[in-house]
Design a protein around this ligand. Structure first.
Ligand SMILES: Nc1ncnc2c1ncn2[C@@H]1O[C@H](COP(=O)(O)OP(=O)(O)OP(=O)(O)O)[C@@H](O)[C@H]1O
Ligand SMILES: [Mg+2]
Length: 247
């Protein structure tokens, strides 16, 4: 079980995360939605300390850290437990797909080359890229690059996978292959927090949806409750403008 309590963050006086609380069960897929600037990326980035929260705690099973007094060791331990997939893939351009997936296994988990290779090949196979192991990112499509990034994150066996708009930089025809790989990981029991503007994917994959507005969770519930029957005025407005933009 993952428990996030009282998470706050401001940037030069502007409150971006306002005392957020969230409990996540093992195997649960939580989708975080909200307008641009609501604080979704800041939330994910704060969890693995890519941003420095002003206050708050995160507990993952028996491991608990207080962000206001986190040590270097705890930061490393936290990053081993949380893997992130970014909108822009963030692959090492000078390494093959296989080496990109192996990197964390060798450097962070200190596995032997042989063990790391075995795991990396297995993870690339799961996202359908066995035939691209030796390709460099520049020779991969956006969808393939994002599946390598997903394989790299999953290879670390994270307690929670953090996905920040993983398909929004892709050409529309490449979205499906990445969504399928994410849905496969969800089916296999991977706990995740997904930030997405793609409501049909959110409805398909999420167990719980949170609507974030100005750094606060305004409303949470099942995808059907939040997407089809929002109760709060702000959530209703969000979907009204969402429909004008996307549908
Ligand atoms: N490094 C930073 N320095 C200053 N302000 C920042 C920084 N990062 C984010 N912000 C501000 O914090 C707020 C929340 O940004 P964030 O990127 O978390 O929003 P978001 O919900 O992910 O939006 P989007 O849907 O556009 O990705 C915004 O007002 C943004 O300008
Ligand atoms: Mg964002």
């Amino acid at each position: 079980m993952i428990k996030i309590s009282n998470l706050s963050k401001s940037f030069s006086g502007q409150t971006v995360l306002n005392h957020l609380n969230l409990d996540i069960q093992k195997g649960e897929v939580v989708a975080l939605i909200g307008s641009s600037g609501a604080g979704k990326s800041t939330f994910l980035r704060s969890l693995n300390y890519l941003e420095t929260p002003d206050s708050g705690t995160i507990q993952i099973d028996n491991f608990k850290v207080d962000f206001s007094q986190i040590s270097q060791e705890e930061i490393l331990a936290l990053r081993r437990k949380l893997s992130m997939v970014f909108q822009q893939f963030n692959l090492f351009e000078r390494r093959t797909a296989l080496d990109n997936v192996k990197e964390g296994l060798v450097v962070v988990k200190k596995l032997s080359d042989e063990e790391a290779t075995k795991i990396a090949k297995k993870e690339l196979a799961k996202v359908g890229l066995s035939d691209r192991e030796n390709h460099y990112p520049r020779h991969l499509s956006g969808g393939q690059k994002q599946r390598v990034a997903l394989a790299r994150a999953l290879a670390m066996k994270p307690d929670v996978l953090l996905l920040d708009e993983p398909t929004s930089a892709l050409d529309p025809e490449l979205v499906g292959e990445v969504e399928k790989s994410i849905a496969d990981a969800a089916k296999s029991g991977q706990t995740m927090i997904l930030v997405s503007h793609d409501m049909s994917f959110v409805a398909q994959v999420a167990d719980k949806v949170l609507f974030l507005d100005k750094g606060k969770i305004i409303e949470s519930g099942t995808p059907d409750e939040i997407i089809n029957h929002p109760k709060e005025e702000r959530t209703k407005e969000f979907f009204a403008s969402y429909k004008r933009t996307y549908i």
